[in-house]
Ligand binder design. Structure first.
Ligand code: COA
Length: 193
């Protein structure tokens, strides 16, 4: 476990509650000024804290990008890396990815998702790079609300596909993806040399 500072709401939910109607607002995080150092750090800590609770989140993408040094464990500086990525998105330095957020009716943050835009010259495809809901907020449709928001925005932007990759054992997340219309598209093979 690489992340030292955990968000207070990161303690695992005692029991996954029955699905309830979600009072969740999903939207894009507002841009910030480059001088605002607190927001990316706070969000980086939060995102890293949630994803690093489990290693089954790790897929080849995290390995290739150095977020996982070995494909099994998380990088020690995960929160710093996420904070850097988030800073670039929120200040417009990175205009090929965007940060979505979910909040409850009182404005409390429930989760974050990073979306990337890929244009292969023929089709625009949006990619959900990361999606994390605070453990205490899970099972209430926040994840599904993220997917629906991102899919609607992708369609509006002219994208033809919405894609994501996921650790092979992240079964709970896979159920969400299948329930929201995703189909298995390819398999990744790796061997030692
Ligand atoms: C995956 C994740 C985003 C789902 O968020 P969520 O708000 O709990 O999702 P929802 O409430 O919209 O769940 C929708 C459906 O997905 C399935 N599902 C999602 N998470 C599940 C879990 N942990 N266990 C079992 N089923 C799960 C269920 O079918 C659920 O439908 P139901 O509530 O009718 O049973 C959340 O568990 C999370 O942040 N996990 C850690 C990070 C991660 O793995 N992200 C996905 C990889 S990109």
């Amino acid at each position: 476990m690489a992340v030292k500072k955990k968000h207070a709401a990161l303690k695992p939910a005692a029991k996954r509650p029955a699905r309830a109607a979600a009072k969740v607002a999903v939207g894009w995080h507002a841009p910030i000024r480059d001088t605002d150092s607190a927001t990316p750090k706070k969000l980086g800590d939060l995102l890293a804290g949630v994803v690093a609770l489990e290693t089954n989140y790790i897929s080849h993408g995290e390995y290739l990008e150095g977020l996982s040094p070995d494909g099994r464990s998380w990088a020690k500086d995960l929160a710093r890396r996420y904070a850097g990525d988030i800073r670039a998105m929120l200040t417009g330095v990175d205009d090929e990815s965007r940060l979505a957020e979910a909040r409850d009716a009182r404005g409390a943050l429930l989760g974050l998702a990073i979306v990337a835009f890929n244009d292969n010259g023929a089709e625009l495809c949006w990619i959900i790079e990361d999606m994390a809901v605070l453990p205490a907020a899970r099972g209430h449709g926040v994840g599904a609300a993220f997917v629906e928001f991102i899919a609607a925005e992708a369609k509006k932007a002219g994208a033809k596909k919405l894609m994501l990759e996921s650790g092979v054992d992240n079964h709970g997340a896979h159920r969400l993806f299948e329930a929201t219309g995703f189909k298995l598209y390819s398999k990744v093979f790796v061997r030692s040399v």
